[in-house]
Design a protein around this ligand. Structure first.
Ligand code: B1M
Length: 221
């Protein structure tokens, strides 16, 4: 791996956005994901390799988060650093030179306004190389169906934080499976369990963003 790519991975993992960013204090004054991605492109590093660096950094922080060695603010900073690097990759995505692994349609289920966990899953999935279509919160079955129609081959993710709304996942999954039997649906959220996921016909359950990306990799590969 080129030194640039390793440095970009480190900036994403540590949430170092750019040179002016005061966070993290021990990297103050050093180039961040923003400058390094630009320099890497200028020096001919392949955009795909830069993306791999971002993914590696996100993977590392995602792993720490899963092990309770990093917390929501660190994950948010990592996502911010990754976004800064990805800005420089946008033209290559548009031209098709850099390919995404697949499309992940995600939303918080109908009736539920909690979106912090869903946003984290979305960010880590993007960091994992997926195009993310974020439908927001309070997402009806119809909205999921429409998104699947617009993004053939996608994987669907549903999040719920309330015991009163997690039950809405069952009807949404039923509607999806009726029209798009081959579309995998993965679910998560604080009250959701593996047993519940199996009972309502979900294709996968993860308690955290890293596990959700691991599931995506299995479903899409
Ligand atoms: Co509400 N709330 N809330 N709330 N809220 C909870 C969830 C609650 C546990 C608080 C409590 O009573 N102790 C409780 C639910 C009880 C229950 O159902 N068993 C509750 C309640 C009752 C309510 C209201 C009904 C309160 C009221 O109005 N009377 C109301 C409901 C509104 C609605 O949704 N219709 C309500 C409202 C709100 C706010 C709007 C004020 C706000 C949400 C703001 C927002 O999201 N933009 C809010 C908040 C912030 C919380 C708490 C405090 C924090 C939730 C959170 O963001 N956690 C919460 C109590 C708590 O958890 N301490 C609470 C951090 C987040 C990173 O974790 O979302 O679990 P989480 O996501 C994790 C994993 O679950 C997983 O990855 C994430 C990272 O590890 N994950 C997935 C999530 N989705 C995934 C999907 C996947 C895979 C993994 O695959 C697709």
């Amino acid at each position: 791996m080129s030194e640039f790519v390793e440095q970009i991975a480190l900036c994403v993992e540590r949430g170092k956005v750019n040179k002016d960013a005061p966070y993290p204090p021990d990297l103050k004054g050093q180039d961040g994901a923003d400058e390094l991605a630009k320099q890497a492109i200028d020096q001919g590093v392949k955009p795909d390799d830069i993306l791999q660096g971002c993914i590696l950094g996100m993977d590392r922080i995602g792993e720490k988060f899963s092990q309770n060695k990093a917390f929501v603010p660190e994950l948010l900073m990592a996502a911010k650093a990754m976004t800064a690097a990805m800005e420089h990759l946008k033209p290559f995505f548009k031209s098709g030179e850099v390919k995404r692994k697949g499309t992940f349609v995600i939303g918080t289920i109908a009736g539920d306004l909690h979106d912090i966990g869903k946003n984290l899953v979305a960010m880590v999935a993007e960091g994992g190389g997926y195009e993310v279509v974020d439908l927001g919160n309070d997402v009806s079955a119809d909205k999921f169906l429409q998104a699947i129609e617009e993004h053939p081959g996608c994987v669907v993710g549903m999040s719920a934080l309330l015991t009163t709304t997690m039950v809405n996942m069952e009807s949404a999954i039923k509607a999806i499976k009726e029209r798009f039997p081959d579309t995998p649906v993965i679910i998560g959220g604080a009250p959701v369990t593996r047993d519940f996921a199996e009972k309502i016909g979900a294709d996968g359950y993860s308690p955290d963003p890293k596990g959700a990306v691991a599931l995506l990799n299995k479903k899409v590969a």
